[in-house]
Design a binder for this molecule. Structure first.
Ligand code: BES
Ligand code: MN
Ligand code: ZN
Length: 498
């Protein structure tokens, strides 16, 4: 597959070069141009479909090589299932499946039309294109032997009835796709390359989108009395950073929505060190921060009419002579003290201080944190839902809705006084672990103690969804970019004033 897809939207015309892709609904129902093309090349579809047992099922394909009376290398007919049942995620997955069929083609034409009278909307066409780009993503920076074979770019012409109508939707979708790419790159990148400083540098580059980006170094964090975050960082040679990204696209007086991300660039567990098996996955322990960065990139890139502030806490959790110990008591920026029972429960320590910081400095109207926080959430929900915890039913409902719309699904778990009690400490205000049971819930309870004045807050535990991702129609990479589309959609549907 080509490294980059150069996508353009054009008017329908009979495709002449490379590979052409046509949509086929159930019962081999074709749109006008697909039907005309099939006829022109001698109507092979019916017979080929019978031979292959193809009936237009969603994302299945039939390929006709070197079709007669045409210069095309291949014609691909791809199933879309039942037209009336196609939702947003179906269009996205269709795009992914189309990108799969392109292989090493350098020119492709995608004929996007529906059988019958229905027209494809601009959003649907743009979503299909986004699915193609998402599927085409590769992280092969460090492959010196195989990556060069694929062509650098492929020209993809997407035929739609009114190309100009798609341009606004496509501009927004491209911004989202840049956000997804950024998030995936950050998560896939190894920790020797991406420490807190390098992560912060990549975020500083986002100023080109009109974002205001402010980086706080370890001295500034000490001045802010971020004892919990700095306690985690002190075992690493590489100093901590906190980055605040501000997008002011809304009304001047509107309080911002705050997006808060755990950015542990590598989590060894610290002195409570993790077992060796699978520890390499802990380079992805900044998946929450990557999603926040990606969402800010999307929101700024499409010039969202909302005020949104993103904050990430970037640290490395290492065991060395200066590392914090189990039993240490740290004082968080909020003034609350924490007994560190297990140095591997570090994410909540980082989040505690950046939650306090963002509330003190930006007075947000709501906060959403994303964190690869607990292995227990993978036990509970596997890889198809992220855990959702919230003190606010309305925010919860908007997030759940955005999850269903984008396919980045959330499942709400409870909070409550009985769980909260489990993190009371003998020596300090709280301890950083609550025992074996309900591990994701007690982690959320810990964060809840850093939410001031009942500010609407939601915590998304993305340990199962941000990394080590199963292959899907729209992603073949280890990092999924989970959260970027979700947050972008939430902002669009719940925070932008139309
Ligand atoms: N980063 C891990 C959680 C994690 C596990 C993320 C697997 C992705 C995949 C987190 O910092 C952690 O170590 N959590 C501990 C908490 C425990 C010590 C209370 C865990 O889940 O075991
Ligand atoms: Mn940990
Ligand atoms: Zn961690």
């Amino acid at each position: 597959m080509a490294k980059r897809l150069e996508i353009s939207f054009v008017k329908p015309a009979s495709p002449t070069r490379g590979c052409a892709v046509f949509l086929v609904a159930k019962k081999l129902d074709l749109g006008e141009h697909a039907a005309a093309f099939n006829k022109k090349i001698g109507s092979p579809l019916a017979r080929a479909s019978k031979a292959a047992g193809f009936d237009g099922e969603a994302r299945k394909t039939i390929e006709i090589l070197a079709p007669a009376k045409s210069n095309l290398g291949r014609a691909v007919f791809i199933g879309i299932g039942e037209v009336g049942k196609m939702g947003e995620t179906d269009w996205l997955r269709l795009g992914g499946a189309i990108a799969r069929t392109l292989r090493d083609d350098t020119e492709a034409t995608i004929v996007v039309e529906l059988p019958g009278k229905g027209e494809v909307t601009p959003d649907q066409a743009a979503t299909l294109a986004l699915g193609m780009v998402m599927r085409n993503y590769r992280f092969d920076t460090y492959k010196t032997k195989t990556a060069k074979k694929a062509p650098a770019t492929a020209k993809v012409r997407i035929q739609v009835a009114s190309p100009r109508a798609v341009s606004a939707s496509w501009r927004a979708a491209k911004a989202v796709s840049a956000g997804i790419e950024l998030a995936r790159n950050l998560v896939n990148e190894p920790a020797n390359v991406l420490g807190p400083i390098e992560f912060a540098e990549r975020l500083t580059a986002l100023t080109s989108l009109g974002l205001e980006v402010k980086v706080y170094d370890e001295k500034a964090l000490a001045r802010q009395k971020m004892g919990a975050l700095l306690g985690v960082a002190q075992g690493s040679r590489r100093p901590a950073r906190v980055v605040v990204m501000t997008w002011n696209g809304g009304k001047a007086k509107d309080r911002p929505l705050a997006l808060v991300g755990k950015g542990v660039v590598f989590d060894t567990g610290g002195i409570s060190i993790k077992p060796a098996g699978g520890m390499e996955d802990m380079k992805g322990d900044m998946g929450g921060a990557a999603a926040v960065a990606g969402a800010m990139c999307a929101i700024a890139g499409r010039k969202a009419k909302a005020n949104v502030v993103g904050i990430v806490g970037l640290v490395e959790n290492m065991p060395d002579g200066n590392a914090q110990r189990p039993g240490d008591i740290v004082t968080s920026m909020s003034g609350q003290t924490i007994e560190v029972i297990n140095t591997d429960a570090e994410g909540r320590l980082v989040l505690a201080d950046i939650l306090t910081f963002i509330q003190k400095t930006k007075n947000p109207k709501a906060m959403i944190d994303l964190a690869t926080l607990t292995g227990a959430i993978i036990v509970a929900l596997g890889k198809d839902h992220a855990g959702l915890f919230s003190n606010n039913d309305e925010l919860s409902a908007s997030l759940t809705g955005a999850g269903l719309a984008t396919g980045e699904k959330l499942w709400r778990l409870p909070l409550g006084a009985a769980y909260d009690k489990l993190i009371d400490s003998r020596f300090a205000d709280m301890k950083n672990t609550g025992g074996r049971w309900g591990g994701s819930i007690t982690a959320a309870q810990f964060l809840h103690r850093y939410v001031e004045n009942d500010t609407p807050w939601a915590h998304l535990d993305v340990a199962g969804t941000a990394m080590a991702s199963p292959s899907s129609d729209t992603n073949r990479s280890w990092a999924s970019g989970f959260g970027v589309r979700l947050l972008d959609r939430l902002v669009r549907d719940a925070y932008e004033k139309k």
